[in-house]
Design a protein around this ligand. Structure first.
Ligand SMILES: Cc1cc2nc3c(=O)[nH]c(=O)nc-3n(C[C@H](O)[C@H](O)[C@H](O)COP(=O)(O)O)c2cc1C
Length: 311
């Protein structure tokens, strides 16, 4: 059998496989090196980086739920300077695309991150986490106000030629509108979805499990929501969509491709198995072999629908 072609292109980046890590679930990537060769990944998406280091929220900040987990890490990270000086050079030892997830509390903060990091060859592209509250605008998250989102993307577009992938929050009324706004602002791609707001209570003590009370739900519990949002958005935008949410197996990844995603990310699964993304990648390859599909791109958006599906 001829070798299966698993390469895909996202925002001008050529990936050897559609499988990437999801931001925040694998540290800065280097933490995974005891488990597999990072060069096997389509892309490594690092933990969200802010201008200054952030300590994150107080514990407890992770709790297991049925079918997933809630986290309120609070975007703890070492900050841009330390990331550029200490982490980036070590990531460059691997032959994989490095996408830096960024977060800011103001448009200017995002702008400085993009300005500074665009100068470094080791950064192949940006994934912009827009789930952060804009402190200058009364704490409304960039990702929940369509106008603010489009303005932010436009602002960043003017500052960099590197790929800009906008990571959308599912905590909105109209995900398609948000996707279109990001596209109109000049995004090269979209990642969806980030975590879904949720909470969990200990019935004995009547206390919330998380110190912050509310956190972000991830894992298999959110897969149907993520899949639905990817499907809805992929039909409405021309830029590629990266699907993420509850992917555990090769078949899960394949479902996202069929729904219209060009690539996928594996997140919470790494808490059970640090090599989960490799398992997903190999499972996807076995699926392609089993179905005699020579080119993974043939799967993208290949959903089979009846002529007039019931909504
Ligand atoms: C512990 C934890 C930390 C996360 N940190 C970030 C982050 O820093 N930036 C970001 O954009 N998403 C972050 N996410 C969201 C994931 O990248 C992903 O979008 C989400 O968890 C859904 O995928 P999953 O169900 O495969 O985990 C985090 C998720 C978890 C569980």
């Amino acid at each position: 059998m001829t070798k299966i072609d698993t390469t895909v292109s996202i925002a001008g980046l050529s990936l050897k496989t559609p499988v990437m890590t999801a931001s925040g679930t694998c540290g800065y990537g280097l933490e995974l090196t005891p488990y597999f060769d990072l060069s096997r990944l389509g892309a490594l998406v690092v933990k969200g980086i802010s201008l200054e280091p952030r300590p994150g929220n107080p514990p407890p900040r992770i709790v297991e739920t049925s079918g997933g987990m809630l986290n309120a890490i609070g975007l703890e990270n070492i900050g841009m300077e330390a990331f550029i000086a200490e982490t980036l050079p070590r990531l460059r030892e691997y032959e994989t695309v490095v996408i830096v997830n960024i977060l800011g509390e103001s448009q200017e903060e995002y702008g400085t991150l993009v300005d500074e990091m665009s100068r470094h060859e080791g950064v192949d592209g940006f994934e912009v986490n827009v789930s952060c509250p804009n402190v200058r605008k009364g704490g409304i998250a960039f990702g929940s106000d369509p106008e603010m989102l489009e303005k932010l993307v436009r602002f960043l577009r003017e500052r960099t030629e590197k790929p800009l992938i906008i990571k959308l929050s599912p905590n909105v009324t109209d995900i398609v509108d948000m996707a279109k706004r990001a596209e109109a602002g000049g995004a090269d791609g979209l990642t969806l979805i980030n975590t879904i707001r949720g909470m969990s209570i200990d019935s004995e003590s009547r206390r919330p499990h998380l110190a912050t009370v509310v956190g972000g739900l991830s894992g298999p519990a959110i897969k149907p929501v993520a899949l639905r949002m990817v499907w809805e958005v992929a039909q409405q935008v021309k830029i590629p969509v990266v699907g993420v949410g509850g992917i555990l197996s090769g078949e899960d990844a394949v479902e996202f491709l069929i729904a219209g995603a060009t690539a996928v990310q594996v997140g919470t699964a790494h808490f059970r198995n640090p090599a989960a993304c490799i398992e997903v990648m190999e499972g996807m390859e076995r699926y392609l072999e089993r179905h005699a599909i020579q080119d993974v791109r043939d799967l993208i958006g290949s959903i089979q629908l009846d002529p007039s599906p019931v909504a």
